[in-house]
Design a protein around this ligand. Structure first.
Ligand code: ADP
Ligand code: TMP
Length: 255
């Protein structure tokens, strides 16, 4: 008997950077990467044609890399350009930030110098809540929120450090310095934690080791938009070009 082909269903959720669509298989969701760039919690927004498909391609390669290293993720395959198939998860409302070097908000909050190496990498947790501005969480606040068990919290931290270690090492070989990154996790139907969302230059800082340390050309991530430097799509193209050389062949699925 033929298996019915997968088809697109209704729009489930529209966020700032992606749209989630149901499919005819309730175990799968189609994610459409948008061409918008937002900063300051969505207050500043522009359309950048080409950005969505680049973030989708970069994410697909990096999810595949992590799956191959044994880390469970939500990634199920690449659909068309700018679209991927994922497992719908019950998301944990945490932004898990790993910092290999001091940059961004850390410079405003601790006496650090831009680019200062952080060894071991610093792991910061934020409560994912747009209305509250994604506040930083202390241990006591995390306990008060009661959104993860202590076992899940330690699993989440181990997984986040593994993701950071793997990506830092592999990207380093492409002369891309992974300065920091933000991760999100969710639980699948069996309760297993999986890495979710996206792995793109929207959610991390990447500095080009082929450029001089003081050159703005070194910045290849969303800081180009945050700092009004322009050239964001060109920078994402450059990251994509280097990452595609890994030739990880993400699974492809046809609708
Ligand atoms: P934002 O929520 O910041 O506006 P997006 O436009 O990227 O960002 O929306 C993606 C939303 O989908 C986020 O809320 C994210 O937590 C959630 N998400 C990511 N992966 C999954 C998944 N596999 N299942 C369910 N929700 C997910
Ligand atoms: P920060 O310097 O603003 O704390 O950001 C640290 C990293 O997390 C950086 O790579 C950007 C990423 N990030 C997101 O992906 N989403 C967010 O909402 C925030 C605040 C940061």
């Amino acid at each position: 008997m033929d298996t019915p082909a997968l088809a697109l269903g209704s729009l489930l959720h529209e966020g700032k950077a992606k749209r989630f669509h149901a499919t005819t298989d309730p175990r799968l969701c189609a994610v459409e990467f948008k061409d918008t760039a937002t900063a300051s919690n969505g207050r500043h927004q522009v359309r950048l044609p080409g950005k969505g498909k680049l973030n989708c391609r970069i994410s697909a390669q990096l999810f595949t890399l992590l799956e191959q290293s044994g880390l469970p993720t939500h990634f199920q395959g690449l659909l068309g350009d700018g679209w991927m198939l994922v497992r719908p998860l019950r998301m944990i409302p945490l932004e898990v930030v790993l910092r290999n070097r001091a940059a961004g908000s850390l410079l405003r909050q601790l006496p650090t110098v831009a680019g200062q190496q952080l060894e071991p990498p610093l792991l910061d947790l934020y409560f994912k809540d747009d209305a509250l501005g994604d506040p930083f969480l202390s241990e006591a606040r995390l306990a008060t929120l009661n959104i993860v068990t202590s076992r899940e919290r330690s699993q989440l931290e181990t997984m986040a450090r593994q993701v950071n270690r793997t990506l830092h090492q592999v990207l380093g070989k492409l002369a891309l310095d992974l300065v920091d990154l933000k991760l999100e996790f969710g639980r699948d139907a069996s309760g297993q934690l999986r890495l979710a969302d996206e792995l793109s230059p929207d959610n991390c800082r990447l500095w080009d080791e082929r450029q001089s340390p003081d050159s703005p050309g070194r910045i290849l991530d969303k800081d180009r938009f945050r700092q009004g430097l322009g050239g964001l799509v060109d920078a994402y193209e450059e990251i994509n070009r280097r990452i595609q050389t890994l030739d990880l062949k993400p699974r492809r699925v046809w609708l």
